[in-house]
Design a protein around this ligand. Sequence first.
Ligand SMILES: *Cc1c(COP(=O)(O)O)cnc(C)c1O
Length: 382
Amino acid sequence: MAHSIETKCLHLDKREGTCDTSGAISFPIYQSATFAHVGLGKSTGYDYSRLQNPTREQLEKVVANLEGGIDAVAFSSGMAAISAVMELFQPGDQLIVDEDLYGGSVRLFLNISKKNGIEITRVNLCEEEIEPYITERTKAVYLETPTNPMMNVIDIQKVSKAAKKHNLLLIVDNTFLSPYFQNPLKLGADIVVHSGTKYLGGHNDTLAGFTVTADEKIAERIRYIFKTTGAGLAPLDSWLIIRGIKTLAVRLERAQENAGKLAEWLKGRPEVVRVIYPGLPEHPGHSTMKKQASGFGAMLTFEVSSKELVQQTLENVKVIQFAESLGGVETLITYPITQTHADVPPEMLAKNGINDRVLRLSVGIENIDDLINDLEQAFSRE
Ligand SMILES: *Cc1c(COP(=O)(O)O)cnc(C)c1O
């Protein structure tokens, strides 16, 4: 019988196949680049760590199990994972990608993938159908939900149905909710990608990335790209992510509870003109998210009444830290227009409603009163 998700964070559904026989509760760090052969034409299953390493393999099993996939691959960063996925495509192929994506992915698609002959068509998948944009060269659809930082929610099942009808791959970046709250493969996605740097690692200390799939052919092709291009996660970093995942469920429950309370508090503040959190019933994506995810996550975006208030808030928060990234135990505040979205074209920012008064919070697991008091004192400074 399969475990429930909290247990899957700590224990694999099937324990056989693990190379460690010592009984260690914490999986060992196999800090070895190469492995001895037991005979001519014989292998322990491990030959060279670019291809496979026991610690990385253990992490991959945990992530595949959490996402309901047959194979997960652990990369040195989220961008390394997404870059490897882009190697599935040929010059002349076209991809339909959502308009509101992580800035690094936009940079990859518009500068590197385009140079490699892959045509990128950007569509607002939250509001538009994919059909009018499909040509005979279209190969895949790529999206995030909820999106960064405007928390637009895309109906994964709906996009998946249209993609399947036209034989397109559906690729979903599930970083913002993590497998604890959302499993895109179960909703019809073919490939899930993650920045493991965020919720999976959870402590703002390690970069990592993942691809996960439930399709054998895709798994084989990604493994081939992986072993050839060589951006595998190091043994120590693999161990840190294994450790981070052990507390994924409790961290996310607490962070989500804090985010809901902060959203309500921000709504009542005169300095704040708009609060965007999918857990609020008035959020346009609320019901879709209720249908496809088991939670609303801990990312929230808000707009203050002036640009001066942005600077004042960023410079006066004390518990909350002004830093890029998200998904860790510490609460971070980000200014998308100069940080995560600095490379996104201005017309795209305007279209998405990202202006110079928008701030994003990655809510952590601190005491909620300390977070509220911190924002209150930052707002009321002269
Ligand atoms: C951070 C992030 C990435 C990139 O991951 P890195 O680990 O920083 O390379 C991709 N997608 C989303 C949604 C992210 O937040």
